[in-house]
Design a binder for this molecule. Structure first.
Ligand SMILES: [Fe+2]
Ligand SMILES: [Fe+2]
Length: 139
């Protein structure tokens, strides 16, 4: 099984956001580790809880940046964050690992869950923040 590798595809170019995303990717790998070594459902649920908690603090960081720099798409981005947390909480409540298919879905869940948001929405936010930084009079 290959690990969730952090590569350039997921790099947003914003140091703070990327550091958080990497921490999340490490938690995703912990979940894969747990599933692969046959850990029980309670242990996996605990890693899912850690992922959700870490995602929440990460989203708070992005939300502070959006407010601070008056990001025009802040509302839409925040709505995506709320939706992602909702999806993760639903998954956390309903997941099972009684079959190989369910275990494989569990290992892939966090990556699939967050990757599109990073690729499309976070990259767009990071590009905006980089432009703001380059504009005289803003920081
Ligand atoms: Fe985001
Ligand atoms: Fe993010």
């Amino acid at each position: 099984m290959d690990w969730i590798a952090w590569d350039d595809t997921l790099d947003t170019g914003h140091a703070g956001m990327d550091a958080d995303h990497k921490e999340l990717a490490e938690l995703f790998n912990l979940l894969r580790d747990a599933v692969e070594r046959g850990a029980g459902k309670a242990a996996c649920a605990q890693v899912l809880d850690d992922i959700i908690r870490r995602a929440q603090t990460h989203f708070e960081l992005e939300q502070r940046l959006m407010t601070q720099h008056r990001y025009p798409k802040a509302e839409q981005h925040a709505a995506e964050h709320a939706m992602l947390i909702g999806q993760a909480l639903d998954y956390r409540e309903g997941f099972d690992m009684d079959s190989a298919t369910a275990r494989s879905a569990l290992m892939r869940f966090p990556e699939v869950w967050l990757a599109f948001h990073i690729l499309f929405s976070d990259k767009e936010l990071a590009a905006f923040l980089a432009r703001t930084r380059d504009t005289p009079g803003e920081q």
